[in-house]
Design a protein around this ligand. Structure first.
Ligand SMILES: Nc1ncnc2c1ncn2[C@@H]1O[C@H](COP(=O)(O)OP(=O)(O)OP(=O)(O)O)[C@@H](O)[C@H]1O
Ligand SMILES: [Mg+2]
Length: 300
């Protein structure tokens, strides 16, 4: 656990110690984000470690992780704060006979009656946190505009209460799968990190970190095959997540090699589209020594 790293190498080692193998640019951009206090926009295909990077940073820096999962229609009430109407109502009812309206009003619009949502939690936290705004591309542009204000000022204005300013600087990560182009304004305020499928050796290291019991030979072959599969023109190429799952499965099955038969039995762990299964069975199956009919798919 480290409050703030002194170098890129130190950060990379710290992340490794909590189970995340950062590539060169990942370590560099994360380091700069911590030092410059700038948010990072992390883009890339599914399953390459975007979300995990935020989790790993929180583990390594010893900060709690505040996560805002974005979705279509996400609004300020779910992202920032909401008044606790029930509690306010109860308060009004119990006060009904006694105190005047002024006093009650002051009371029910105080922090006690506020429900803090992730963005506000991160801003108001007395301890610095890691704020993960996950899959920001799922929200609409209005929401993005609200985020912009927050990310540049690190404060939230509540009409009835006034301004809440960040007491500590959060490390902010925004992730996107690129389902829509984010605005230039948002990008300008962020450092940018493109995470792609890793190089062979890097992926081998990640797989071995997650499944250290898997033999070196099988792990290497697994990564070779995954890279071979990624070369094909598939709907959904396997990601690091699939490599890790496959390694675990092979370990459970006690596989000592990835031959055509083993591949046939387990390929649905890495390929998850009917059309892709056919392509992969034919192309990769052949290379492993014999056409592989994927399990659970019968040709008629
Ligand atoms: N560099 C890495 N070191 C260690 N584990 C990794 C690394 N990259 C990815 N992983 C592992 O891969 C899996 C998928 O990562 P993650 O969920 O972060 O992907 P993602 O990019 O957020 O995907 P999605 O876009 O689908 O949300 C996780 O189990 C994570 O632990
Ligand atoms: Mg994710």
């Amino acid at each position: 656990m480290a409050a703030s790293p002194d170098s890129v190498v130190e950060l990379a080692e710290g992340l490794r110690s909590v189970g995340y193998l950062a590539g060169e640019s990942t370590a560099l951009v994360s380091f700069l984000a911590i030092k410059l206090g700038k948010p990072v926009l992390v883009e890339g295909p599914a399953g390459v470690g975007k979300t995990e990077l935020a989790k790993a940073l929180s583990r390594h820096l010893g900060r709690s992780l505040v996560r805002l999962q974005c979705y279509e229609g996400l609004d300020e009430a779910k992202a920032l704060y909401e008044w606790n109407y029930r509690k306010q109502l109860l308060r009004i009812q119990t006060e009904a006979s006694g105190a005047g309206w002024e006093a009650v009003q002051d009371d029910i619009f105080s922090e006690d009656f506020l429900l803090a949502r992730p963005l506000m939690t991160a801003i108001a936290s007395p301890e610095p946190v890691v704020l993960l705004i996950d899959e920001v591309d799922k929200t609409d542009q209005e929401f993005e505009a609200m985020l912009l204000e927050l990310l540049s000022e690190f404060q939230i204005s509540i009409p009835e209460l006034g301004r809440i300013e960040a007491r500590t600087q959060p490390v902010v990560l925004l992730t996107s799968n690129n389902t829509r182009e984010l605005t230039e304004a948002l990008k300008r305020r962020c450092l940018y990190l493109w995470l792609d499928y890793p190089q062979l050796e890097h992926e081998l290291e990640i797989v071995r970190l997650h499944s250290p019991e898997l033999s070196e030979t099988v792990a290497r072959k697994l990564v070779d095959v995954i890279h071979m599969v990624r070369e094909l023109d598939l709907k959904k190429p396997p990601s690091i997540a699939e490599s890790i799952d496959w390694a675990r499965a092979l370990l459970l099955l006690g596989a000592e090699d990835i031959d055509a038969e083993t591949f046939r039995q387990t390929m649905s762990i890495i390929v998850k589209h009917r059309a892709d299964l056919d392509v992969v069975a034919e192309r990769v199956g052949l290379r492993l020594g014999g056409p592989a009919e994927p399990m659970g798919v019968s040709s008629t």
